[in-house]
Design a protein around this ligand. Structure first.
Ligand code: UT7
Length: 353
């Protein structure tokens, strides 16, 4: 392990920039209720979601990732990074990875660049990988992005999933620093259970079952989730992972200033927070106006909290996620003193009635 300054060996990844991006088009519950067998009350009661943003037909994951990445780099004070990690379930193409293209479009050609696939836990996995690049000395500055365009894989006529998922991207910049600095990333916990792979899946489109319309059904070519079972797994895995990472750090929930969970469903967030013994007002919620944005949800919730001054510099932040795989993970950090975002996360545009 290399040191960042003479005599110190506690080289640590420190968060020093944050940015988010939501596509312009906002889709309210009533717009979905006008064409699907659903209604605003069901959606709000079961998920907490009032609206979500959907990408335009020409917008791909890399477009959202570049917008969020540019904001995070600007917020960090310098446009440089020597590694770019993109967590996504909806890469621009199945080959190559999306990260090299994102790096090039951000003026970071030459940087190490790779994708991480851990579905909705992707950002926590990518953050852990990015921190590892920093602590090992492989990179001095890492841009970590979570970006997803779920509207490309969710069947728009599937009422269960079309109401839940939204599109978006969020990003953070990590730099080399020390464990006692505000922004330092601390303990991590990652896990998976591949025996439950069919809980959240797009069956066709990979090497097991190519997405040939002659050989696959419409359902196999779209995102499928066993909602109720996933809900139960999410509650137990997120709670266990949050406890594990706190134990590893020798901390308790009383030490947590802000809990920023994956924004799957408001009921999940509230139940996990309550199960951990955290008051509801310490739990970040952004799902109401963004929906479930997959790998983007945690950095977007951080950007939303930062804009609303809900994150206190020096305060301890607990990130916990759960997703397809199944996968789960948590990370602890102290919050840095970041400048306010120079640009808004999106230019809001009302959906047509
Ligand atoms: O991000 C990765 C991890 N993802 C999650 O953690 C998501 C976890 N799951 C969920 O958030 C919830 O399970 C959903 C929001 C997806 C579904 O909510 P639920 O309360 O679990 O509903 P359900 O699946 O038990 O369905 C209850 C009823 C069913 O009707 P019957 O069988 O009782 O007649 C569904 O067909 O609600 C029906 N339903 C709907 N009704 C109106 C399902 N979707 C809708 C809808 N509008 N959009």
């Amino acid at each position: 392990m290399s040191a960042t300054s003479a005599g110190r060996t506690d080289r640590t990844a420190v968060l020093c920039g944050l940015g988010g991006w939501l596509p312009r088009r906002r889709v309210g519950n009533d717009e979905l209720a006008a064409r699907l067998d659903t209604d605003d009350v069901w959606i709000r009661t079961r998920t907490g979601i009032r609206s979500r943003h959907l990408a335009a037909p020409h917008e791909a994951t890399s477009d959202l990732a570049v917008a969020a990445g540019r904001r995070a780099l600007a917020n960090s004070g310098t446009p440089e990074a020597d590694a770019v990690v993109v967590a996504t379930t909806t890469p621009d193409r199945s080959c190559p990875a999306t990260a090299p293209l994102v790096a090039a479009r951000l003026g970071l050609s030459g940087a190490a660049a790779f994708d991480i696939g851990a579905v909705c836990t992707g950002f926590v996995y990518a953050l852990t990988a990015g921190a590892g690049l920093v602590t090992s000395g492989v990179a001095d500055r890492v841009l970590v992005i979570g970006a997803d365009v779920y509207s490309r894989i969710v069947d728009p006529d599937d009422r269960q999933n079309a109401v839940v998922f939204g599109d978006g991207a969020g990003a953070v910049v990590l730099r080399a620093g020390h464990a006692d600095e505000a922004g330092a990333l601390g303990s991590f916990d990652l896990g998976s259970d591949g025996d439950q792979e069919d809980m959240i899946t797009v069956a066709a489109g990979g090497s097991r079952l190519p997405a040939d319309p002659a050989l696959t059904s419409h359902a196999e070519r779209h995102f499928a989730m066993r909602g109720k079972k996933v809900f139960r797994h999410a509650l137990s895995r997120m709670t266990e992972s949050a406890r594990t990472v706190l134990d590893r750090a020798g901390l308790t929930v009383d030490d947590v200033d802000r809990f920023v969970p994956h924004q799957a469903n408001l009921r999940i967030l509230r139940t996990v927070a309550a199960g951990l013994g955290l008051p509801a007002d310490r739990c970040a919620t952004h799902v109401e106006t963004a929906g479930n944005t997959g790998a983007a949800s945690i950095p977007l919730a951080l950007a939303h909290d930062h804009a609303n001054r809900a994150l206190r510099p020096g305060g301890r932040v607990l990130l916990t996620a759960f997703g397809g795989g199944l996968t789960w993970g948590s990370c602890l950090l102290t919050w840095p003193d970041l400048p306010p975002a120079a640009e808004p996360a999106h230019q809001e545009e009302e959906s047509a009635p």
